[in-house]
Design a protein around this ligand. Structure first.
Ligand SMILES: [Zn+2]
Length: 100
């Protein structure tokens, strides 16, 4: 279990200094139609390749082990400038919780 505090004092790229920031997890965001993942899936559906293209790793078959953990999509919001930013190094965990 990975617990992340909701209020953190971190570096803000916009303010170029350490400020108080709040964390939230970004979920259910619509994927872009021109992203590589979507184009690859659409190409497999159009042209056909083996069985149906399962892009969801939880539906992986034929001996592949299903991953139990996933990368969490975090977003930090600076309270001083009001802008939000996303870190390049995301947290990988099976169980994730934001403490308040
Ligand atoms: Zn800021």
């Amino acid at each position: 279990m990975v617990k992340v505090p909701k209020e953190q004092r971190r570096y803000c790229p916009n303010c170029d200094g350490h400020t108080d920031q709040s964390v939230k997890e970004v979920t259910n965001r619509a994927t872009g139609q021109m992203k590589k993942k979507h184009r690859k899936r659409q190409r497999k559906i159009d042209h056909g390749y083996g069985s149906f293209p399962f892009e969801d790793p939880s539906n992986r078959s034929r001996g592949g082990s299903n991953p139990t953990s996933s990368n969490k999509d975090l977003q930090f919001n600076c309270t001083e400038c009001g802008k939000s930013w996303k870190p390049n190094n995301s947290i990988r965990a099976a169980k994730f919780e934001i403490e308040r």
